[in-house]
Design a protein around this ligand. Structure first.
Ligand code: KIV
Ligand code: ZN
Length: 525
């Protein structure tokens, strides 16, 4: 919410923390280019606040917050930077955000007895003093200051009330009530927010925010309970990314508020048709697959298998469907195009799926599409998405796969022969063995690129249905203590494996990974 206009009471502010709390998921670090890409998609999605990072955490975090502030800080969402209640943190956040018109500093300090005693070794008066100092200092840089009493859901209610009141007096315009360890239950969290609404003397001068972690699988339910009690900002992440079991999932929150508008009677500014696309984007960038039956954005979220359901749906959609797939930009397994579909149909379908492609990208994707049509009869939306994302993902590759050949079977040593090419260089070729054809391919690729990485994760799944479905392969490798992801799809899973591993090696060659850094919950406030 730019310019600190308090929202109408029926408007819920969507505060996205994918780039800060979400990025703290193990293996989910992003580099600045990736963060800018995600930030652009969040702007298009219509979030109100983007928490872009924790500037003191690392030079990379500072650079990313600054880049996002410069790029997006005057065209819609407020750009927010996190800071502990420490001078150096707050000054760093202020500096990172300096170029944004719409900016917010989010200061936090733990308040629960367990954190006071064991982490901070501070008594209650000292916590109050530090919170006031933190908010006051942040106000020197920005007018929009958020204060979070970390582990609020486990803090004594009278002390929480006092801290929140003092933070507002010091100038906090949003007070966030984190359930840092995912311990709260909906009824209890409702009580906490209701208590603050009733007992914090100056509460009408600030917006109450929820920030719920998902350790008990209750993050979304708790956030919604907070809204029922009067909270008007929700902190959440795309795909529910975040440390441990993650944060409240933005897509679930937004669709719950929209689908049950009859009950919650609030709105958000989210363009829900972009939900599936941004979910896929995050999954591609972080390598964190979305479970098939995940609400709203999972591949099966709108698939009706049971005959009785299908029958009911044919008669009247609302018998079994509470949301329309198109309202969340869902691309399921509907049959869309075939061998004889022309460029126009292909372009139209890509546009309907939310892809804006240049003529060159479109032509390349169309070539891939016709090649796929030679291999499989039915091409589904999910295939189309994989084609386009395969082409548009990541930075330009250093090496391209020219060809591969494998031989494997019982009683033989699995072997792979691979040809690669670098731009303007002759084709290079090498072979290797392994304990299976995929392993042999990976070894051959490592020999050719000279990059010897540790494979940390390898997953294959079918993109659509039927025997001819494409297999999607996701790899995660570690090289020089950094994690890199690759993803590719093909009707041949060895080919998909080769492409995805090469993608990860290409990223490793460019050193494109997130930076090691200090995480908020480990930061010792
Ligand atoms: O979970 C938490 O308490 C946080 C704070 C930094 C707001 O992420
Ligand atoms: Zn958190």
């Amino acid at each position: 919410m730019s310019d600190h206009v308090p929202p109408a009471s029926d408007r819920v502010i969507i505060f996205d923390t994918t780039l800060r709390d979400g990025e703290q998921s193990p293996g989910c670090s992003m580099n600045t280019a990736e963060k800018l890409e995600v930030a652009a998609a969040l702007v298009d999605l219509g979030v109100d606040v983007i928490e872009a990072g924790f500037p003191i955490a690392s030079p990379g975090d500072f650079e990313a917050v600054q880049a996002i502030a410069r790029e997006f800080g005057d065209r819609g969402p407020t750009i927010c930077g996190l800071a502990r209640c420490r001078d150096e943190d707050i000054d760093r956040a202020g500096a990172a955000l300096a170029d944004a018109r719409n900016r917010r500093i989010h200061v936090f300090l733990a308040t629960s007895s367990i954190h006071r005693e064991f982490k901070l070794k501070m008594d209650k008066p000292e916590i109050i003093r530090r919170a006031i100092e933190g908010v006051t200092r942040a106000r020197r840089f920005v007018e929009d200051v958020e204060f979070s009493p970390e582990d609020a859901a486990r803090t004594e209610l009278d002390f929480l009330t006092e801290v929140v009141e003092k933070a507002i007096d010091a100038g906090a315009t949003t007070v966030n009530i984190p359930d840092t360890v995912g311990y709260a239950t909906p009824a209890q969290y409702f009580q906490v927010i209701s208590h603050l609404k009733k007992h914090v003397r100056n509460i009408d001068r600030a917006i109450i925010s929820t920030h719920c972690h998902n350790d008990l699988g209750l993050a979304v339910a708790n956030s919604l309970a907070g809204v029922e009690a009067g909270a008007r900002q929700i902190e959440c992440t795309i795909n529910g990314l975040g440390e441990r079991a993650g944060n409240a999932a933005l897509e679930e929150i937004v669709m719950a508020l929209r689908t049950r508008g009859d009950f919650y009677k609030v709105t958000t500014g989210i363009n829900t048709r972009r939900l599936c696309a941004i979910s896929r984007m995050l999954s591609n960038i972080t390598g964190m697959l979305v479970q098939r039956n995940k609400a709203i954005v999972g591949q099966n979220a709108f698939a009706h298998e049971a005959g009785i359901h299908q029958h009911g749906m044919l008669q009247e959609r609302s018998t079994y469907e509470i949301m329309r797939p198109e309202d969340v930009g869902y691309s399921g397994t509907s049959l869309v195009l075939g061998k004889h579909s022309g460029r126009h149909a292909f372009r139209d379908r890509c546009a309907q799926l939310g892809f804006e492609l240049t003529d060159k990208q479109l032509e390349q994707a169309y070539q891939d599409f016709t090649a796929l049509c030679d291999k499989k009869k039915n091409v589904y939306d999910a295939d189309l998405v994989a084609i386009v994302e395969n082409r548009s993902a990541d930075a330009p590759d250093r090496w391209k796969l020219v060809s591969f050949h494998t031989s494997a079977g019982t009683g033989a040593i699995p072997t792979a022969t691979i040809q690669l090419q670098e731009e303007g260089q002759p084709v290079i070729c090498d072979a290797a063995t392994g304990d299976g054809p995929v392993d042999a391919v990976f070894h051959a690729l490592e020999r050719l690129t000279g990059i010897s990485a540790r494979l940390q994760n390898y997953q294959v799944r079918s993109l659509t249905v039927g025997k001819e479905a494409q297999g999607e392969v996701l790899v995660e490798i570690v090289y020089n203590n950094q994690v890199f992801h690759g993803r590719a799809a093909s009707t041949d899973i060895i080919e998909a494996s080769a492409h995805s591993y090469l993608k990860a090696l290409n990223k490793a060659a460019l050193g494109q990974a997130g930076q090691p850094k200090l995480h908020a919950q480990h930061a010792g406030s």
